[in-house]
Design a protein around this ligand. Structure first.
Ligand code: PGA
Length: 254
């Protein structure tokens, strides 16, 4: 059985004071699943203090691939450890698109994150154009092959793969369309089968694959009903405590 995981990506929202309020509003959350929130860097200590004794874990949205040095503006794994981070989003499409992150850079980050015993969440996904050109599987395979280069079996099993089709990411529009549960399931299945080929069948069965892109209370139950969907990565909806709690407490169809 794969443990379900729910990860809130707060993106560049929530100052330390606002993040503290949002974290407080999540404290009542009860769940047997793994629940993670990823505030902006400067809000990590404030959120860390609030959620310390709760079941909620702390995630970062990025990390640099060196431990320290003259890298103006970057944040190292050591710093994230010290503020209580356990999970790290790596290779989010916004990092790839707006900040020029390549598969090779993301691979270095994956390796260092694993060295420091974080749970890296490797984000992959195709653009609308790539989907239209029917090359989704090819794009995902390349992101996985290059992003996971040199990563051992135990490394991949300590990681999470997030499938986030770029065309489904809301970018602040609450009415944006998510992938259909069927589309998400099909992509998760091909990711699982590619991981099986890259490692072995057992790894393919064990690795957790979560879906991101306009996840909200309205579509969570149908997404979670799919057997290869092991959790979700909501952005916009995770900024609203009520919505995020409803997502974590999804309902299983009777
Ligand atoms: P969204 O963001 O839920 O607002 O679409 C998801 C993400 O980009 O991680």
């Amino acid at each position: 059985m794969r443990k379900k995981i729910f990860v809130g990506n707060w993106k560049m929202y929530k100052s330390p004071a606002q993040a503290k309020e949002l974290a407080k509003a999540l404290l009542g959350l009860q769940s047997r699943h793994e629940v993670v929130v990823c505030p902006p860097y400067v809000s990590l200590p404030a959120v860390s203090a609030v959620i310390k004794k709760s079941l909620i874990k702390l995630g970062a949205q990025n990390m640099y691939f060196e431990e320290s040095g003259a890298y103006t503006g970057e944040i190292s794994p050591l710093m994230l450890k010290e503020v209580g981070v356990s999970h790290i989003l790596l290779g989010h499409s916004e990092r790839r698109t707006f900040f020029g992150e390549t598969n090779a850079m993301i691979n270095r980050k994956m390796k260092l994150a694993l060295d420091y015993h974080f749970t890296p969440i490797l984000c992959i996904g195709e653009t609308a154009h790539e989907k239209g050109s029917h090359i989704t599987d090819k794009v995902l395979e390349r992101q996985l092959r290059e992003g996971l280069k040199g990563i051992t079996k135990s490394g991949i099993l300590s990681s999470v793969i997030a499938y986030e089709p770029i065309w489904a990411i809301s970018r602040g529009d609450p009415d944006h369309k998510a992938a259909t549960p069927e589309d998400a399931e099909a992509a998760h299945r091909s990711i699982r089968s590619f991981i099986s080929r890259l490692y072995d069948k057992e790894v393919g069965q064990k690795v957790r694959i979560i879906y991101g892109g306009s996840v909200k209370p309205e579509n969570i139950d149908a997404l979670m009903a799919k057997k290869d969907v092991d959790g979700v990565l909501p952005g916009g909806a995770s900024l609203d405590a009520k919505k995020f709690i409803r997502i974590v407490n999804y309902e299983t169809p009777a």
